[in-house]
Design a protein around this ligand. Structure first.
Ligand code: PMP
Length: 443
């Protein structure tokens, strides 16, 4: 290769990092060079306890031998197979494994390479489903304020984060938003779900139906627990009521379980935790333990079968990716699901949840802490923003945490945590104890 630019291996300028304050980062980079089980290793040789499962994805912990070996073996045996009009066994095996523990009735799988792509796929399935059923007037998509559904155009359109939307033009048309489920100033320090208010919040969907008419609405998409915008736990009854309203009006219900899937709430999916089955379930992250990019969209037989009605030689759904069901990703997915099963990880969160809740709520009363929220093995600590400098206080906690030896995540002035499901009680104590001592030092 010709050396036209003369950059050194240590030059950090070429990589424009995602969702990162690049100029600040490159002055004081935070680098990981290794990982094992619950820990990362930094470039200066320190161990950092992973309080966030990477980016909510490394549910089985890092560099698990079974997953590593499956990837190595697959890469040596069949590296790539065309995703269209050709198959390979592992993609089918993984789909079967997935539907075997998915909520009842979600029996078919479309593959993607990320959460964002899973969201786009789900929205397109929903729109196309109504068309193939002859109900072409249903073109509207309903999301929620403070929803995060990835970064592609469909996802930011139904999503509800202004900073992710405002730079990018008109977005999708025909989109509306329900209110989010968080009530600042009320219900602080609730452990788990709030008891009251769920049905009222869900009934906001009826208001939207009245405004647009049900015959124009294709689907509603929600995260069962909003993760990226600060772990917003819905009140009891909310999702059941949403299911009731969507069913009544023939609107498809999509759960974005990119974070809540694969054991995060102590059940395989949040759908199991809340006892509500959507028509379409969006996954990614934990599907391959975050090791290889892969997502999957699970759809009901009713939806799948509606597409299978035309002439046999015709492609039923004009959508897919070069890497849909990639052999190496499929092998990683299979090894990941086996690891979850062998180690009981999809339900381990339920056993640890009370201990996790006690640990988190022990931080109540520390300086600047205005709310603590938790469910399963997910939690958030909301800090009072410094006047005129939103995000500064939590970000400073994040940097101090990294320097002290724990990885947390911040979104605005909220600290979010979602450790790998293999975390021990002693490591929960270490994570929360260290965070507590950092919170005491914050300006
Ligand atoms: N949906 C949800 C609920 C998410 O939390 C995320 C990622 N945090 C996404 C979609 C997007 O996933 P990805 O970054 O893999 O595209």
């Amino acid at each position: 290769m010709s050396d036209r630019r003369n950059v050194t291996p240590n030059d950090l300028s070429a990589f424009w990092m995602p969702f990162t304050a690049n100029r600040q980062f490159k002055k004081a980079p935070r680098m990981f060079v290794g990982a094992k089980d619950m820990h990362y290793t930094t470039s200066d040789g320190r161990k950092v306890l992973d309080g966030t499962a990477g980016l909510w994805c490394v549910n089985a912990g890092h560099c698990r031998p079974k997953i590593v070996e499956a990837i190595q073996e697959q890469a040596a045996e069949l590296d790539y197979a065309p995703a269209f009009q050709m198959g390979h066994p592992k993609a089918f095996e993984l789909a079967n494994a997935l539907v075997s523990f998915a909520p009842q009735g979600l029996d078919h799988v479309l593959y993607t390479n990320s959460g964002s792509e899973s969201v786009e796929t789900a929205l397109k399935v929903a729109l196309a489903y109504h068309k193939v059923k002859g109900d072409a007037g249903r073109f509207r998509l309903i999301g929620r304020e403070r929803g995060y559904h990835g970064v592609n155009f469909g996802g930011i359109s139904v999503g509800g984060i202004v900073t992710n939307r405002k730079m990018f033009g008109t977005l999708l048309t025909g989109v509306d938003h329900m209110p989010h489920t968080h009530t600042p100033g009320k219900n602080q320090f609730t452990r788990g779900e709030r008891e009251a208010g769920g049905e009222d919040l869900a009934s906001e969907l009826e208001r939207i139906v009245t405004l647009h008419d049900a015959s124009t609405i294709a689907a509603v998409i929600v995260e069962p627990v909003a993760g990226s915008t600060g772990v917003l736990i819905p009140p009891k009854g909310y999702l059941k009521k949403l299911r009731e309203i969507t069913k009544k009006h023939g609107i498809l219900l999509i759960f974005d379980e990119v974070i809540t899937g694969f054991g995060r709430l102590g059940t395989p999916f949040a759908a199991d935790y809340f006892g509500v089955t959507p028509d379409i379930l969006v996954t990614a992250k934990g599907l391959t333990n975050g090791v290889i990019p892969m997502g999957a969209v699970l759809v009901s037989s009713e939806i799948h079968d509606a597409f299978m009605q035309g002439p046999e030689h015709v492609i039923e759904f004009m959508h897919g990716y070069t890497y849909s069901g990639n052999p190496i990703a499929s092998a990683a997915g299979l090894a990941t699901l086996e690891t979850y099963k062998d180690e009981g990880l999809l339900t381990r969160g339920a056993e640890l949840a009370p201990y996790w809740a006690d640990a988190l709520h022990s931080l109540k009363g520390l300086p600047h802490v205005i709310d603590i929220r938790n469910l399963g093995l997910i939690g958030a600590i909301e800090l009072e923003p410094i006047a005129g400098q939103p995000t500064k206080r939590a970000f400073s906690a994040f940097v101090k945490a990294f320097e002290t030896g724990i990885l947390i995540r911040t979104t605005g002035d909220i600290i979010a945590m979602s450790p790998p499901l293999i975390i021990s009680k002693a490591q929960i104590d270490e994570l929360i104890g260290t965070l507590g001592s950092i919170l005491k030092t914050l300006e």
